[in-house]
Design a protein around this ligand. Sequence first.
Ligand code: ATP
Length: 597
Amino acid sequence: MQFAELVATYDKLAATTKRLEMRQILAELFQRLPPDEIAEAVYLSQGLLRPEFEGIELGVAGQLARRALADALGIPEEKVAQHVRQSGDLGTTAAELAAGGPSGGEGAGRTSTVREVYAALLAIATASGDGSQKKKIELLAEVLRGAGPSEAKYLTRLVLGQLRLGVGTQTILDSLADAFAPGDKAARLPIENAYNVSSDLGLVATSLAKDGLPGLQGIHLQVGRPIRPMLAERSPDLVDVLKRMDGGAALEYKYDGLRIQAHIPATGPAKLFSRRLEEMSAQFPELIEELPKVITTRPAIVEGECVSVSPETGELQPFQEISRRRGRKYDLERMQAEVPVRLFLFDVLLAGDEESAELDFPARRHRLEKILAPTDRVQLATQRVVASVEEATAFFDESIADGCEGVMAKSLAAGSRYRAGARGFWWIKYKREYTISLADSIDGVVVGAFHGRGRRAGAFGAFLLATYNRQSDLYETFCKAGSGFDDAQLAEMPKRLERFRSPESPKNVSSSIVPDQWFRPGLVLEVRGAELSLSAIHRAAFGAVRPGAGFALRFPRFTGNFREDKGPEEATTADELVKLYTSQVRHHAVEGPGDAG
Ligand code: ATP
């Protein structure tokens, strides 16, 4: 397919805010694409080159893109810079300058295919070492040279990492179903399952385009490719937990750390993936070293929670400690000594030639016990099978006393297989805070910010937060949060948010409040609040409980936890808000009047 044709589709996508229309436009595109080009087109439409877990980032610097554009058009760089100052966006500038350029907007008679453009972008993203900047400029100038206005616009936005089509994973999955199993409502589930097992939309699309639904059967667990994590529901108390588990369950300590999915090949180094499937092998060299020694059957995929332990006492430490190790690239040796960690394994998905994700939980735990030769650094998650509320309460108390957050109850019933990417009552989390106020914290996505006043003048003073609605693929606001930030955190907010800045309300954001600055959904913050109430102002789960009303979080307060392990699609969902609302313990908070949403 010609890149110009793909770009024409992007223009159509950009022109609509209606999900159904977007879905249709994408479905038509997927049908037209040759099977060996569909993966590239899928990644590109999300502003990616490869599945996210591979960590290959587009995102070249603005200055580099300006240079390349100037070279391609044969004009001075200053002319490009000047135009950007007026247009405010390099993509717009690229389109306008290309339209008036030597080719008169027609391209130089040289057309590129999707595959050629993709190959060039991949080369740009992966160029490294001496002279790589120069190489990137040359490669980019080369693809820009023959580009028409729209192509130039999207090429620039792609390389800057600013595509902003607002096409989420759910929309792509819907469109794939429409394209390759039209009219078959049951097709959505196997398509989503294939994605949950592979975390790779390009692979799912290719398999569908080549062989239709049967093609998905070829997608299996693979060492080195993360599986989307199974997630837990919440429950207001242990009585409810046991009732839902038919009177008996395996209770485990709920460790307060970082979730880790470890992939240990038969030979060669292990890989570690985070809750949001980013690779973090480099941050935990001690685990990379230890895992192949303690996992006796390989290849293996195991999951666990990595917790920091006090170097002095060996006691478990709260999440804030281990978060110091996250994203670290330097001083690794010092950090290993300052923040030593222990990994508590709680699941196994693959061991030797055997996939265990399909086994029920008791069989998986048994398998995990068999393949692990525990050490101080890598151990089994503490577990006890309980059959009464008394036993469960005793175990919960022990867990808290040992420095954990609460318990994770796991079903022992037939059918308790590992459900990749799904949140269900097969696992139920019950935390200490549940007994105090609102049953859980909420992970909100920043979609806007407000200028501060008084002491906060000149900085952002509060943030507009949204939850994610999976059905509509929209981010819907639920509060304006200004409390709980210390000065240092507030000061770093603009930097954390910079790459998400948006001149207007992003298409996938639903808000009746207009902030001083909009942001595309990207940064996730954990907030607590007094309670959820119905609100005509906020849009979260709008109409789910009462027509014309969404949910607002009263007295929101940032917990200090930047949820870097979550992408916007992993934030709290509208469905979860509805459940929190119906289960919330109604005693009013003792907090003073704050900046309630
Ligand atoms: P979620 O992961 O459900 O979206 P979250 O990231 O906000 O929510 P919590 O609500 O605190 O996290 O609880 C779920 C997390 O608890 C798991 O993703 C995992 O990281 C952690 N965890 C700790 N101990 C266990 C355990 N024994 N079994 C499973 N998960 C555990």
